[in-house]
Design a protein around this ligand. Sequence first.
Ligand code: UDP
Length: 436
Amino acid sequence: MPVLERVPLLEKDLKDYAAVVGDEVIEEIRTLAEPLQGARVLHLNATAYGGGVAELLATHVPLLRSVGVDAEWHVMQGSDEFFAITKQVHNGLQGADIAWTAAMQRVYLERVLDNSLAFEDEWDFVVVHDPQPAAILSFLHGSRLGVDPTKWIWRCHIDLTAANEKVWNFFRPFIEQYDASVWTMPEFVPNSLSTENIMYAPPCIDPLSVKNLDLALPFCEEILRQYGIDPARPIVCQVSRFDPWKDPIGVVDAYRMVREKIPDAQLVLAGSMATDDPESFQVWEEIEQARAGDHDIHLLSNLHQVGAVQINAFQRMASVMVQKSIREGFGLTVSEALWKGRPVVGGRAGGITLQIREGYDGFLVDSVEACAEKIIHLLGDPDGSTAMGEQGREHVRENFLSTRELRDWLSLFGQLKSGAAIASPSKSYGFAPEKK
Ligand code: UDP
């Protein structure tokens, strides 16, 4: 029988984060972890590489371990056909009108059933991420693995504000079997979901990961040169999976408008090909066509050895970062850029609106024209851009670092263990800024 793939992890130590967030936060986390010593926690998702969920778990699971929780990260087994269907599901849940046929449903359920047969061990908490493995609990109900004392939590990373009814109605009964669900923002939770234990907790970035660590300027410049990017000229950059919802073609169109005013601007589009995202190669081709051989549009991916260090350097060296999504669960790339002190022009979508406070950390836009206009504005005002980036960095320090997420999860586990009603952290992340 196949077993779920266990993801190997780096070691992280919570105390290293004190220099970034202060001792008080570290103490609070240790207190929350006390009743959970030795608790067995499994995070289950669909890919170990590419995209925000993999990025989150690579830090979150080691941090759980560092506070005494016995945590593991497993990846379900899919197939090309399964991932083609779950990408359709993802698109449907984000509002696309897709066919959701009986044949697709069968492929989905059969594959999740296979995974449920490979599910092993006993856990105190199982956190299932996104729709790909969501139905697994329904196959384990009635077995010793699916019942008390294990608490099952579904973590939704997707923007469901305009979910396709057919697709959501298929998934809803599966989600309602969970003991709790965790969402990025209240707006994402469909009214029809009839469960009580709902927590809101936006994702976070790891300030100590290779992706976000400080890098020396000459090192960044050298990385840019290796990719043919001129560090002395203005750089506009978007880092994203190659996905239509991230609107890379809109970014190319906006860049073309920018260049009419600022002829030496360059565009970097860096994206990874996630293993559970079969659409990315097609989107890559579409961008290649839109790029039309323009040497100032740098289209790069993990296939060009673009990894965490390179992404770090691109974000750090960008004059303006862009995340022009049309729908967005959270958009870790926004916090990644703000943490590096860069202002961000973002699509007014989902979690991006939590991270960008209009006019303080960057700008929210609804069109290609507005995107171009804000990029031009920021390129013309380097001092203002730096000031916005600095404000953005503090906004991220307060709200979107891994320590905050660790605290939220520990408090959820503690509440589920004690049988208390689930209280979402009272903090409002999209608060009005105090200073400019
Ligand atoms: N990412 C990366 N390399 C790339 C493109 C993206 O490492 O070429 C990372 C990016 O830095 C971020 C994550 O993938 O950490 C994307 O997360 P986000 O929440 O922005 O979007 P998602 O892919 O989850 O929709």
